[in-house]
Design a protein around this ligand. Structure first.
Ligand code: AHR
Length: 334
């Protein structure tokens, strides 16, 4: 965890304040609070953030957004990469509690299993903000707000586009689905939204559905299996661009033309995905914005100040066809 520098900087300020410098003692600590509503000696709010990992282009853009926004907002960020493991996230959150950070934020890798650690944060008086992904805790008082996309809507918009494209189909349209990380909110919700939407056309059938863990390698490997097991695949719905990009390799290697022989729908709209769409290899993308940093910093300041914030803040998003991707690409930030 990248905490060493920040601890010693703040510890140094604390020692100065306490007049301990002459002793040369290592009185550095994260538990130093002034009389200013818990503000640290240097006046900066300390935000502990536990990130899912670095599994996709989306995630990299999200991490960059958070780091840049923290710098711009004058917030001291402690950042931990959990490498897609829930136990690492729980460990990081417990560290932040021990260090008495001002605010904790995290993007939960999976939906379930957070109540105990969230209760620990609540008991320690540290407000928690969920970003990007939700938890399924029944006790909503365990976190202040959830900032992120409506994943069900992303799945539904993808399915609705397909229903429109296939409305004149007279026979079965075979769909394979590359799911995101098992148990994660975007995998659960995108699957649900897509299935609900395609129910409008009985010709549309999901013939295989498996997790590719939101990674390119996973997408490629699972698509290879799909192609081997299913001679007729008409559509691929991938829960993110990266899995779709991995699948492109498998489709091409199987002698098929992506975007033509197999219609490809993905979610995210990161640059590589948008390039594939503009280049005719993907057919449709439902956007999921990773640029959550500025809103997160704003929320961190508000919850630290004890202000009431909305319990749900939904990210604004759109969808892209091939033509729309060509237009949007030059101005894409990530
Ligand atoms: O939680 C958001 C999802 O996580 C993105 O769609 C995906 O690319 C990422 O890994």
């Amino acid at each position: 965890m990248n905490t060493g520098n920040s601890i010693s900087r703040r510890g140094f300020a604390t020692m100065l304040a306490a007049g301990l410098l002459a002793t040369g003692l290592t009185a550095c600590s994260n538990s130093d609070t002034g009389g200013d509503g818990g503000k640290k000696a240097d006046g900066k709010i300390v935000l502990g953030f536990s990130q899912v990992g670095a599994e996709s282009g989306w995630r990299t853009a999200n991490t960059n957004s958070i780091k840049e926004a923290a710098g711009a907002a004058g917030i001291e960020l402690k950042f931990d990469d959990a490498q897609q493991k829930q136990e690492n996230q729980i460990k990081a959150i417990r560290n932040y509690i021990q260090q008495k950070v001002d605010v904790i934020a995290f993007s939960p890798v999976v939906e379930s299993g957070w109540d105990t650690v969230l209760k620990e944060a609540k008991d320690a008086g540290i407000p928690v903000i969920l970003t990007d992904r939700a938890v399924d805790s029944a006790d909503k008082s365990l976190y202040k707000t959830f900032l992120g996309s409506d994943f069900v809507k992303e799945g539904r918009l993808s399915g609705e586009w397909l229903v429109e494209q296939t409305k004149s189909a007279t026979g079965p349209v075979n769909i394979v689905e590359l799911q995101g990380t098992t148990g994660s909110a975007p995998a659960n919700d995108r699957k649900k939204g897509f299935a609900e939407a395609i129910a409008a056309n009985p010709n549309l059938k999901i013939i295989a559905s498996q997790s590719g863990d939101f990674t390119r390698a996973g997408g490629k490997q699972v698509m290879e299996q799909f192609l081997k097991a299913n001679p007729k695949i008409d559509v691929l719905f991938a829960h993110n661009d990266d899995m779709g990009l991995g699948a492109l390799e498998a489709i091409t290697a199987a002698g098929k033309v992506p975007g033509k022989d197999i219609t490809i729908i993905t979610v995210d709209a990161v640059k590589d995905g948008m390039q594939a769409l503009a280049g005719g290899k993907f057919n449709f993308i439902a956007e999921c914005s990773p640029l959550l940093g500025p809103q997160l910093m704003d929320l961190a300041k508000k919850v630290h100040a004890g202000e009431t914030v909305p319990t749900r803040i939904e990210t604004e998003e759109t969808t892209f066809t091939q033509e729309q991707a060509k237009e949007a690409l030059p101005n894409r930030k990530y």
